[in-house]
Write a protein that binds this ligand. Structure first.
Ligand code: GAP
Length: 512
């Protein structure tokens, strides 16, 4: 546990030190759960967004993208159910005066039990060595089965009670489990109350006549209200999808764990409109499609798992999370929801406008069902960044800090390094930069010894270093060094571009 926490602290400090993420308004001591993306962070974030956009929009001829406004007509949020039901169950500790999400307290309790399972597995692995079969152990070991049963029973009861709005039972569960305030250790809890997460704002200069608006808590509604516009102008036929990426805002009460849970964050969402009755088939297809997309990044298959929802949101008839093994354990990375016709029907009722699809084959109209895929860009950033960060022990007994970002996502692709700051090497290196920068994000670095510069680029996540030396002046060859293997090769200057392009080819990565 302490090891995990230490590592997570390292992730946060590395993100700052190498210009990935800063606390928002840091000079004023920061704003809680709001972060700024720095010079490298903005590039990594943009590359992740592009990787998603290409896979969703460019590769699917039946998916198109939009960019709807953050501010929407206030009726949108009444229709979507957010005004009435976008709540978190909050509980206060009477002694510490601290406020918590009741469901998070219970989930954290379960996480502790899960850690016991992990410990049992690690112990057994050590005992049995090579012959250890993890899957079999988990499904047969009595102690592990007991822990898992306990987790399932707790989460199932919580899910049912939340679904039935039985907040008294959720409180009872907290008391029965003996859950204490993580800070003070006190078990003196208030009753649980619902708290709406939307940020309000006003449109108009005059207080008295201004319209109350909300900052959107999800990007999805911008897609639903544009359904008919896109369908008609794009002459889209069911099944088809609309994708968008953009900011969303939630007044999160338990905002912690760095960029995992923020108050201002970015979502990448796709709503896939299908014929009623086909929804479960598409739900399964999108589950598979999305987990494969995640796995294509090469962070490790064991890092992902599905978690089907016990408590379904007010709009869903099936829902699952793709969970990722973050430095603080498995947590939701992406949601896949079968949203039925809830949203389009609700917007139809509230707007009085038809949101239907006319099927020429049957000469009839219907309100399509929707399968949604929704991933948090910041959360994905954290998943990728934290998995990439390694303190690697080297064969010679030394170690290096390396950020093994998937090369297709790395902010800087190539660092061009003149071996010395003289003899025309900087000039030649600059020429190479000027040539490559049209196609790649390239950096130039001439400060410090070459070994230190390699280490700096390793820690920065740059997949390729190219060193220009005296031989380059004679035969136009350079040394290319690969970040992950640290292998070095002599190649001609004209080969740099094709080597890098091949390594960061979208086709290669997505078909991984
Ligand atoms: N349109 C459906 C929807 O918004 P959600 O499960 O509430 O569903 C989808 O959010 C994804 O957005 C989550 O899986 C997560 O990755 C991301 N997300 C949600 N709240 C977030 C927050 N406060 N900070 C960062 N990411 C968040």
């Amino acid at each position: 546990m302490a090891k995990q926490e230490d590592f997570f602290k390292k992730v946060i400090s590395h993100a700052k030190e190498y210009g990935y993420i800063f606390q928002s308004s840091e000079i004023y001591d920061g704003l809680s759960a709001v972060y700024d993306y720095a010079q490298n962070g903005v590039e990594l974030k943009k590359n992740i967004r592009n990787y998603w956009w290409k896979a969703m929009v460019q590769l699917n001829d039946n998916i198109v993208g939009i960019d709807a406004a953050i501010l929407m007509h206030p009726k949108t949020w009444k229709a979507s159910g957010h005004v009435d039901a976008f709540n978190d169950p909050l509980i206060d500790n009477k002694d510490s005066k601290k406020r918590y999400r009741a469901d998070v307290l219970i989930e954290d309790y379960c996480l502790k039990i899960e850690k016991k399972i992990t410990k049992e597995v690690a112990k057994a692995q050590k005992r049995f060595g090579e012959s250890f079969d993890k899957a079999e152990f988990i499904s047969t070991n009595q102690r592990v089965l007991g822990y898992q049963e306990k987790i399932d029973a707790i989460l199932s009861r919580m899910g049912k009670s939340l679904e039935n709005e039985d907040l008294a039972d959720v409180k009872l569960l907290i008391e029965e489990l003996g859950i204490a305030d993580p800070l003070s250790g006190s078990k003196n809890w208030t009753d649980i109350k619902q708290f709406n997460l939307m940020f309000g704002t006003k449109l108009g200069a005059d207080e008295a006549t201004a319209t109350d608006l909300y900052l959107r808590p999800e990007t999805a509604q911008g897609i639903f209200v544009n359904f008919a516009n896109v369908q008609k102008t794009g002459r889209m036929k069911i099944p088809f999808g609309i994708a968008q990426t953009g900011k969303a805002f939630r007044n999160e009460i338990v905002a912690r764990q760095f960029i995992f849970r923020m108050r201002e964050f970015e979502q990448m969402e796709m709503q896939f409109f299908v014929k009623p009755g086909d929804d479960q088939i598409w739900y399964e297809k999108w589950k598979e499609n999305r987990i494969n997309w995640h796995k294509s990044l090469g962070l490790g298959e064991e890092k992902y798992r599905f978690h089907d929802h016990e408590k379904l949101a007010h709009y869903a008839n099936a829902a699952t999370d793709i969970e990722f093994d973050f430095p603080f354990g498995f947590k939701e990375l992406e949601g896949i929801h079968s949203r039925t016709d809830f949203d389009l029907k609700a917007h139809q009722e509230h707007s009085g406008k038809k949101l239907q699809f006319f099927d020429h084959t049957t000469n009839s109209s219907y309100v399509p069902y929707v399968v949604e895929t929704s991933v948090g860009l910041d959360r994905l950033f954290l998943a990728i960044f934290s998995t990439a960060l390694e303190n690697e022990e080297l064969e010679d007994g030394s170690s290096r800090i390396v950020l093994k970002l998937p090369s297709i996502l790395a902010p800087t692709k190539i660092a061009i390094l003149p071996l010395l700051k003289k003899d025309g090497l900087p000039e030649l290196a600059t020429k190479i930069v000027d040539d490559l920068k049209f196609d790649f994000q390239v950096t130039y670095d001439e400060k410090d010894a070459i070994g230190r510069r390699y280490r700096r680029q390793d820690a920065n996540g740059t997949p390729f270093c190219v060193t220009v030396d005296h031989q380059t002046l004679e035969d136009k060859t350079v040394t290319i060094r690969y970040r992950d293997s640290m292998k070095q090769e002599r190649i001609s200057i004209s080969e740099i571009s094709s080597i890098v392009a091949k390594e960061i080819s979208f086709k290669k990565w997505i078909n991984n």
